[in-house]
Design a protein around this ligand. Structure first.
Ligand SMILES: Nc1nc(=O)c2c([nH]1)NC[C@@H]1CN(c3ccc(C(=O)N[C@@H](CCC(=O)O)C(=O)O)cc3)CN21
Ligand SMILES: CC(C)C(=O)C(=O)O
Ligand SMILES: [Mg+2]
Length: 286
């Protein structure tokens, strides 16, 4: 007599999972929560980042619409389209051997109706080979989440500060303060009931994020949401110090890739100018 597989008892949605090119196990994320094991998510937009983070044991990679300001050079995520992200998603899913790949649905590609959300998510699943999708918004997004989950697409929610709505929210501001804490909780509970398998909380006070984390069965993933979420997420260029300028308060820099690459580019250019590159061993002599 074997114990029933956790898949059959997972408390998210219908339990339906898409048939991915490579299978991923969402129930593992739920059992990590039960055991109090925290985990890290990172964004990835290309094959080397995906390969490296996957080999480093990052269990979930997000093809974020933050590609807008970290790949395409936009100021915000608002101009990002599905066509911008699908090829990046395909690159990430092709390169990662173990990680679950989540595709961020861009602004305007899912809010019009559940049908629009399904058509967009389907492109990410079929063309991007994503394992799941993420969308911004709380209780208002319940019909969209329900249809996607019914169709077999795992959905990650995203509440608190939702960058696609920055013009409504009045800029990059902490959400869920004071009376907003109640809305944060209502949104989180609504997303869990609708079938989300996890929810991102961005820029909310730590006590509110902790209360939501305790109230939900599904994992919470924090970014600027304090230490008590079940998981954390950062944009990889922030985490690795590739991006210049002032980083948001919630960022910790674990490397100085910008400094490393600047030094490499200068050394290469200096070698070429001095005639020391290419050397004998870099050249073909017959
Ligand atoms: N590189 C990068 N990192 C991110 O975390 C990120 C993106 N891009 N693009 C999409 C969204 C936008 N996000 C952002 C961007 C800026 C702030 C920011 O400037 N925050 C300030 C002000 C907070 C406040 O005044 O309340 C901070 O110091 O945290 C926050 C979130 C998070 N996401
Ligand atoms: C910061 C994360 C949560 C995100 O939505 C993104 O990278 O687009
Ligand atoms: Mg995003």
């Amino acid at each position: 007599m074997t114990t029933p597989a956790p898949e059959t008892t997972a408390p998210y949605g219908t339990g339906a999972q898409a048939a991915p090119q490579r299978r991923v196990r969402i129930p593992h994320l739920l059992s990590m929560k039960e055991k109090g094991q925290k985990w890290a998510m990172l964004t990835a937009y290309d094959m080397y980042a995906a390969e490296i983070f996957d080999e480093a044991g990052i269990p979930v990679l997000l093809v974020g619409d933050s590609a807008g300001n970290n790949v395409y050079g936009f100021e915000t995520t608002v101009p990002v389209t599905v066509d911008h992200l699908v090829p990046l998603c395909r690159a990430v899913t092709s390169a990662a051997k173990h990680a679950m790949v989540v595709a961020d649905l861009p602004f305007g590609s899912y809010q019009a109706s559940p049908q629009q959300a399904l058509a967009t998510a389907t492109r990410f699943m079929k063309e991007g080979l994503a394992h799941a999708v993420k969308l911004e918004g709380g209780a208002a997004m319940v019909p969209e989440v329900e249809l996607l989950v019914r169709a077999g697409i795992p959905v990650m929610g995203h509440i608190g500060f939702t960058p696609q709505s920055e013009h409504v929210l009045g800029g990059y501001r902490v959400q869920g303060r004071g009376a907003g804490a109640e809305k944060l909780m209502d949104d989180a509970l609504a997303l869990e009931a609708a079938g989300c398998f996890a929810v991102v909380m961005e820029m909310v006070p730590a006590p509110g994020a902790r209360a939501v984390t305790e109230a939900l069965h599904i994992p919470t993933i924090g970014i600027g949401a304090g230490p008590d979420c079940d998981a954390q997420v950062l944009v990889w260029q922030d985490m690795a110090g590739l991006r210049g300028g002032r980083a948001p308060r919630f960022v910790k820099k674990y490397a100085d890739l910008r400094g490393t690459l600047t030094d490499a580019a200068r050394a290469y250019a200096a070698d070429v100018a001095a005639g020391t590159f290419p050397a004998e061993e870099h050249s073909f002599w017959e």
